[in-house]
Design a protein around this ligand. Sequence first.
Ligand code: CP
Ligand code: NVA
Length: 306
Amino acid sequence: MTFPKDLLSIADLNESQINDLLELAGTLKASRFDPSHPKPLTGKSIGILTSKPSLRTRLSFEVGLMELGAHSVFIKNDEVGLGQRESYNDVARVISRYFAAFIVRTHEHNGLLELAKHASIPIINALSDSEHPCQILADFLTIKERFGRLKGVKLCYVGDGNNVAVSLMLGSAITGIEFCLITPSGYEPPKAQVDRASSLAKKNASPLPNITNDLNLASTADILYTDVWISMGQDNSRERIKKDFDPYQINRQVSGNGRIPILHCLPAHRGEEITDEAFEDNANLIFDQAENRLHAQKALLLKILT
Ligand code: CP
Ligand code: NVA
């Protein structure tokens, strides 16, 4: 099966590509400590550039690349000045002479599109202000491990209509997950992304995304998901945002006293989007989800690079 050159949005992949990738991720996970674990990226160098902090994304990519035989080079955007010190176009053509792929975490999603347009090597979105596709691959691997399938699972995301929410909504529309997003008024995902998810859902015969302010819907979920109320680089008007989100905190009442499992992409702000108790009820699942970043991204790199 062919894969696209770049992964900028989860919607760059179709349902078969996502399922194929998750299958491979499961195989890689099972054989991780096996001496026969494949190292097909031996001799390749991959660049990782970030203009925001990261724990999971950087480390899971670096460890994954090492386990596949590749070498990674990490650089902070302070040194590069993407689009400021140097144009996206020129940076894209320079990195294409050094690397087999380039993994980028940045604010500007349009900058990623520009890099991908001019680079001859794959560009992988390691989080932008619009999307977080690598996170969603790990989330779907975790959901598949839990329920044995994606199609028909009811996933309710409670929180800000941010990058993670958008990628979950698009990915659900592609894979047949029944997606609902519960958020206070004014924090819905951009209309263009909701429209995009709706047309993907129609094309794939998936349920339409349900965007609502009604927290009661959470009790109908097979699985809940939350993320920080204030994303990196968006910390204006903290007090107002916290007040708006206060009734939307995930706690034991929302999870039916622990009956409904909860995912969190991390980092978590306990006492804000999730209580300490609700987090700890689900700690095993949440740290499996964090571990799955490694396996899903190894599968992605293999699919894109080999
Ligand atoms: N979930 C996630 O992307 O974590 P980091 O920001 O630590 O990479
Ligand atoms: N929405 C969060 C996700 C962090 C992994 C952010 O962008 O900060």
